[in-house]
Ligand binder design. Sequence first.
Ligand code: GTB
Length: 219
Amino acid sequence: MIPTITAFESSPDGGKGLARDMPVRWALEEAGQPYEVRLISFAEMKEPAHRALHPFGQIPTYEEDGLVLFESGAIVFHIAECHAGLLPENAHARARAVTWMFAALDTLEPPIFERDLARVLEREKPWYEQRLQVLEESIRKRLGDLSARLGSADWLGGAFSAGDLLMVSVLRRLQGSGLLEEHPNLAAYVARGEARPAFKRAFEAQLAVFTSRPQAPHP
Ligand code: GTB
């Protein structure tokens, strides 16, 4: 059965592929798994029909053969478990790749997400500059450590895995901030992820949604 995912009908990111349907689309493309997309509005997300799929009234969701999932990380993990190519066969290597999935979402993403939020919601507040500095310092620490670990390798665990897919997805939110660019190996790592044919297909698919329904870009 072809899975169906949900995505923003009008993405506030201006077609940059920063919403969380993007890693799910990317994983499905890596897996060679065709999928359908149901586009929903902000209002529809909060309606009971969607909340039955997603308790927090958000995107993305994933439906396949009676299975309903939410949380992009869990969805990517499910796809990676069901298809070859996103998680190594070897048990230890597999556990290490899963660890990088958690590291992307639990260690790298929180300060990056907080910075994005502060830039939108706290820009006019008197504490904004100070808060931004604190958040950027925290991001710098994480990026420094990640950069040291990646070194000159192409991917975090040898071969490309779902861990890289999520890590690249998280780091993309920093593109153009100057923070990612402080670490040429991380900027190159993100570029390597974006150069993958599966990434490009996923990106084009989400961009097509935006270009067919243009709206003002998110600040
Ligand atoms: N932990 C969940 C997951 O990983 O699936 C988080 C899901 C989530 O945050 N979904 C967001 C959503 O549905 C869209 S992706 N928001 C609507 C709501 O909560 O009412 C987050 C997002 C939104 C916008 C941008 N952007 O404009 O750049 C980037 C990311």
